[in-house]
Ligand binder design. Structure first.
Ligand code: MN
Length: 257
């Protein structure tokens, strides 16, 4: 009965589906690591045939990319702190966890004023005073409007001292992991951590702490400005890559229409 109602609501449009996914293309920005760290390959696409002599009736392409390219999912085994979870790879995660509610914390004004803006626990306290406690099992999505930076250089925003990109403070990630029961942390930027997160304690807290607690990440999201603060449900199934640490995926948000 519940699923009949759900299917009818999808059909009638009383549940709307919003695409939180960036289009993959060769210019899709990929995270830049300083030497000596190994780089991730950009997205590449090459035609196999296009209704031509190579295949007269069909069109298809070969693809190449790093697992963490474009809108993508970070699995717990992506980080050394999550390496021992037997259910921590994209192929072993319990699929029940790929459908979960989401809350959106809008810090777009703060991020517009400060490219190195950090979300602090105080921002979550203010949000919860307006919208209630973050529900169990929710994704927490940080809306910065960073996805509106369509120029890859401005999106990565690399400076002399590393990227200037907003993200969570270590205290915020501690709070979400230890004081709330979240499914994961999602952002509009190229990675789940702030651009200066390499210098935090611990370094890269959204990776170190979230994955250390068997929780997930979502990066390079878009259209967070189209979601309500609470009430959306996300579908976030990554590709089933053997021992995969993450993968590009289509992130869909279901919202009441
Ligand atoms: Mn990643």
């Amino acid at each position: 009965m519940l699923l009949d109602q759900f299917a009818s609501a999808i059909l009638s449009g009383s549940i709307k589906i919003i695409d939180l996914t960036q289009t993959l293309m060769p210019s899709t920005p990929v995270i830049q690591l300083p030497p000596p760290f190994a780089p991730s390959n950009p997205f590449s696409i090459s035609e196999i045939s296009h209704y031509d002599e190579r295949g007269p009736g069909w069109y298809w392409n070969n693809l190449g990319m790093g697992e963490h390219t474009g809108t993508h999912f970070d699995a717990p085994i992506h980080w050394v702190t999550g390496k021992d979870y037997s259910d921590g790879g994209v192929d072993t995660i319990n699929v029940q966890r790929f459908v979960a509610p989401a809350v959106v914390i809008d810090v777009s004004k703060e991020a517009a004023a400060d490219e190195k803006f950090l979300m602090e626990p105080s921002h979550i306290e203010v949000w919860e005073s307006l919208h209630g406690r973050i529900p169990d099992g929710a994704w927490v999505l940080m809306r910065t409007d960073w996805s509106k930076r369509t120029d890859p250089a401005l999106f990565l925003n690399m400076k002399e001292d590393g990227p200037h990109v907003p993200g969570p403070s270590a205290a915020t990630v501690h709070f979400l992991v230890e004081q709330r029961n979240v499914t994961g942390w999602g952002v509009e930027a190229v990675g789940t951590d702030a651009g200066q997160g390499f210098a935090f304690e611990p370094a890269f807290p959204a990776h170190h702490l979230m994955h250390g607690a068997n929780k997930f990440g979502l990066a390079s999201l878009t259209n967070l400005d189209k979601l309500p603060p609470t009430g959306a449900v996300l579908i976030t199934a990554p590709l089933k890559i053997e021992k995969g640490s993450g993968s590009p995926l289509r992130v869909l948000a279901l919202v009441a229409g």
